[in-house]
Write a protein that binds this ligand. Sequence first.
Ligand code: ATP
Ligand code: FE2
Length: 319
Amino acid sequence: MKCLGIECTAHTFGASIVDSSGRFLSNEKASFTSSSRGMVPREVLEFHKAHRDEVVEKALVSDVDTVAVSQGPGIGTMLFEGMQYAKSISKKLDVPLVGVNHAVAHLEIGVKECRAKDAVFLYVSGGNTQVLIQGKKRYDVVGETLDIGIGNLLDKSARHLGLGFPGGPLLYELSLKGKKFVDLPYNVKGMDVCFSGLATDFKRKAESNKPQDMAFSVQEVAFDMVCEVAERALSHFEKDELVLAGGVACSKILQEKTRTMCQERGATMLVPENEFLVDNGAMIAWNGLLAYNSGQKPLSPSAEPLPHWRPDDVKATWF
Ligand code: ATP
Ligand code: FE2
């Protein structure tokens, strides 16, 4: 039994094959980058179109039993094109097409790779910032951003400093030269966070402070905020495992902060390899396999993308 997973929600076009023992036979991708600006949907779409055949060709092995595709959440134009493309592959191979929630896929790859049993999940990416636990046949969102995603804050901040996209890793490199902490708004409300005030104040204070100090400070404040809500969830739900998910979890600073927080309360911080944190086809293939094997109905030829599909609206048939 083999599943081909296709990721297409934003900057990355990815394709991967997983077999029923959970072994990845391939994990290929092409990711949009820019040296001077952020993600322009039209440019990213052209990028996907230019690279997808090559990505799938490199990933594809024979005898695939099903195809899985990211149906949402994500950017509408990319999702629409990605789904059309996945539909044509499933038709060509004459196998069913399974719709996967991109957010849930970020969590499930963490469970698999880290062998998590009963965790709190901190999902930190460009478009999303959520704290989740496994509930009854679904993930429950127990905390989240009330405005923009943490990665979006980092990308905006990087762009303001004239760095390219993705901003997270570039901001990190710059922050290593930072020495002074610039005070920025810290906004936690119970288990929720807000980043847009921080994004605005960052621009204002960048006029009178060094870029490296701004890069250092925005990471300190934003990562402390998500660390605080993750700790509150561990305490409230009496759990002792924290799984990091999403592209921002690649940050060494965030990993160190959450690891220290977990150690101090006798919990374990778990994080998969970077290739499974930033958008990738492997997580879609794996979640597709779980869904298909547990009886999720295949998509019809007229199925549409779901750009605002929340993880707590997904029936986790495999739980
Ligand atoms: P989602 O739909 O899950 O929100 P996404 O499109 O944001 O997905 P991801 O690959 O999950 O894609 O996350 C991308 C984000 O991760 C970007 O904001 C990027 O700047 C950030 N990022 C990537 N690597 C690092 C890093 N090393 N440190 C900090 N942030 C990083
Ligand atoms: Fe993502």
